[in-house]
Ligand binder design. Structure first.
Ligand SMILES: Cc1ncc(COP(=O)(O)O)c(C=O)c1O
Length: 455
């Protein structure tokens, strides 16, 4: 199936010609507006991967030509990522499965007794690994400005006992898209002797990130959010804690030597460097795909990408502002700097119902729910969100008439054409004004269209 679609986006992504069925039976080009969950693959990434696959071979294991070629490609990908992230001399790039994996790796690698600081606004991937790894965590309340965030961290660190400390902070919120004052928080943390890991899952696809300039100690991001959905992610930064830690996984590739001792035990000497935490056969295609995306984004230029994305954000915000029933969620205020991620609620609508209608009646893919950031979304919804009686989908209110606690998120990036934002705004306007054209029912907690009869 090939459909000619005019794409006016800075980077070509796959999926623009995918036709999806509407409840009416008609088909329409899919409007992917859920980049924050997983962005579409860049055409360039797909082409690079396709060109490599015939040459695929084992990494760090084989004597054959293709094994050597694959090993070179894997290590070159590490260097490309290091350059993309603006790493310092001596910093490491560890390939992981994704951001969640990267942060869990780090949580298991910090020195015993490390106290971790995290705002309660974090995505669960950056909120939860620390306590899960047995570390003590100080959760900081949701700040309502950058200055409040810096002051809260300063105060908490000033009271912290001696010992290793780590701040985990997100660069851009996966709920509001708002940017966090990473450089200021890092300077504050360092002044108190704390290290910093930056969750760049939502930042890296949208912004140039320089570890050296931000001065963070580690950074984590996911391939599938940066147009390279081949199962890899990155943890990059300082080597010392990583080299001193137990390997993340025990197995081949992480070991220098393994010897059977005379007493029957097995003595292991582990590698230092990235290999220490990359046991098992590495995901060379995933790593190469990330490197390809890094090259494509760098060549397109973040200045150009951001200019266009900010224009789309302005268009979206202006359109939503004209619909009084829509309330955009924000921690730092309407004018806060943000990436192309925006969550909102609609007066009188359950968010799951609204999202299902966007899909079934307009071919638009957004996300609804609490976005793996339950404390943040609950805080934002408790502000002054409209009281919505749930009519469809999860989570159902426990009492009749109770507020339905979920929101709708629209997110986009370098592959998004103007038409997707325009279609989205038209759809929101029509749904708010005319209501849904179809009936919807709750199926296993999800709101789904009921095509058996028209509403
Ligand atoms: C800010 C943020 N951090 C971490 C993650 C976890 O990323 P992954 O699911 O790729 O591990 C996400 C995913 O949505 C995110 O938005």
């Amino acid at each position: 199936m090939s459909v000619a679609i005019e794409i006016c986006a800075p980077l070509a992504v796959l999926g623009h010609d995918v036709q999806v069925p509407l409840a009416s039976g008609a088909k329409v080009g899919y409007a992917a507006l859920d980049y924050a969950a997983s962005s579409p693959a860049l055409q360039r990434v797909w082409d690079d991967v396709a060109a490599y696959v015939p040459y695929y071979g084992s990494v760090h294991r084989g004597a054959g030509y293709l094994s050597q070629l694959s090993t070179d490609l894997f290590e070159q990908s590490r260097r490309t990522v290091a350059e993309f992230l603006g790493l310092r001399e001596g910093d490491q790039v560890v390939f992981t499965r994704a951001t969640t994996d990267s942060l869990n790796l780090l949580a298991g690698a910090v020195p015993a007794g490390t106290r971790v600081f995290a705002f309660e606004t974090e995505h669960h991937a950056s909120l939860l690994p620390w306590a899960h790894a047995g570390l003590s965590v100080t959760y900081l309340r949701a700040p309502r400005s950058h200055a409040e965030a810096v002051a809260a961290l300063d105060a908490a660190l000033a009271e912290a006992p001696e010992g290793p400390k780590l701040l985990c902070v997100t660069g851009a919120s996966n709920v509001t898209g708002e940017l966090w004052p990473v450089a200021e928080l890092t300077a504050t943390a360092h002044r108190h002797g704390a290290r910093v890991v930056l969750d760049a899952a939502q930042l890296a696809p949208h912004h140039r990130v320089s570890v050296a300039e931000l001065d963070v100690d580690w950074i984590a991001f996911s391939g599938h959010k940066i147009y390279a959905p081949f199962g890899a992610g990155v943890l990059a930064g300082r080597a010392d804690w990583l080299d001193a830690a137990e390997p993340y996984l025990a197995g081949g590739g992480a070991t220098r030597t393994v010897a059977r001792e005379t007493d029957g035990s097995v003595a292991v000497a582990w590698h230092t460097g990235p290999a220490r935490h990359e046991a098992g056969s590495p995901n060379v295609i995933g790593a190469y795909a990330i490197a390809s995306a890094c090259r494509a984004l760098s060549e397109a230029g973040f200045d150009a990408l951001e200019t266009r994305e900010q224009a789309l954000i302005a268009r979206l915000k202006a359109g939503l502002a004209e619909i009084p029933q829509v309330k955009v969620l924000s921690l730092f205020g309407a004018d806060a700097a943000r990436v192309g991620v925006l969550s909102f609620v609609v007066q009188g609508w359950n968010s799951s119902h609204f999202s299902a209608a966007l899909s079934a009646e307009y071919g638009i893919g957004v996300r609804d729910g609490l976005f793996c950031a339950h404390p943040l979304v609950r805080t934002l919804l408790s502000d002054d969100a409209p009281a919505v009686v749930s009519t469809c989908g999860a989570p159902e209110p426990s009492l009749p008439g109770e507020r339905s606690l979920n929101a709708i998120r629209v997110s986009f990036g370098a592959g998004t054409p103007d038409e997707h934002i325009d279609r989205f705004l038209t759809a929101v306007r029509e749904l708010v004004t005319d209501g849904a054209a179809w009936n919807y029912r709750n199926e296993g907690g999800r709101c789904v269209v009921d095509t058996r009869r028209e509403g």
